[in-house]
Design a binder for this molecule. Sequence first.
Ligand SMILES: Cc1cc2nc3c(=O)[nH]c(=O)nc-3n(C[C@H](O)[C@H](O)[C@H](O)COP(=O)(O)O)c2cc1C
Length: 210
Amino acid sequence: MTLQSGQKNGSGITLGITGASGAIYALNLLKHLCCYFDEVHLMITDAARVVLATELSLKVPEAPTKIQSILAEYCDCDKKRLSVYSRDNWFASVASGSSAPRQMVICPASMGCLSAIATGASNTLLERAADVVIKEKGQLIVLPREMPFSTIHLKNMLTLSELGVTVMPASPGYYGQPETIEDLANFVSARILNHLGVENDVSVKWGYSG
Ligand SMILES: Cc1cc2nc3c(=O)[nH]c(=O)nc-3n(C[C@H](O)[C@H](O)[C@H](O)COP(=O)(O)O)c2cc1C
């Protein structure tokens, strides 16, 4: 499946934002996903809200309707495309294989989140949604962030990789000579969009620079 700009993916996509550093990657990705997908199903952990406040001075309250308004405005995207769920909304479509989108990205992914998914904990809606995508043989992409990785972290990533999960640390290339932090975030979003089958010109492509 390859989508191009202006062509929407009717089935939607699920985005999880957890409490690892790199909130800028999450919101940059959210902006692009809202452009390319009809519906973005969003879950944000409590720790992620702390990181958003710390790194971007963006205060995001707990209520899903407020999160929807604030993030739609921040990302300049259509509020109607954004569905936000609380951590225990088990009636959300993403909680069940019968109706969940088959594509999910967790950006950034905390080490705690990776551990929960690798063991199938499913204690929160975000963890359950990831578990559903794995069991339904859908596409799950995680962007782990920690430095350095411990053997525990690496083992959890190996477990996920062996399950077919794409482990894609936010590690932007510098060959496009980025000038701003947004350029770096666009690089990461573009690589994610490529893996989702979304044809895009969000960032430079190797071999197309001149
Ligand atoms: C500002 C800030 C930055 C953090 N950065 C990281 C990080 O890069 N990686 C990580 O695994 N945890 C990081 N943490 C710790 C996690 O937020 C914490 O382990 C939390 O329990 C993760 O929960 P969650 O997976 O539900 O979001 C950070 C916390 C804060 C407040």
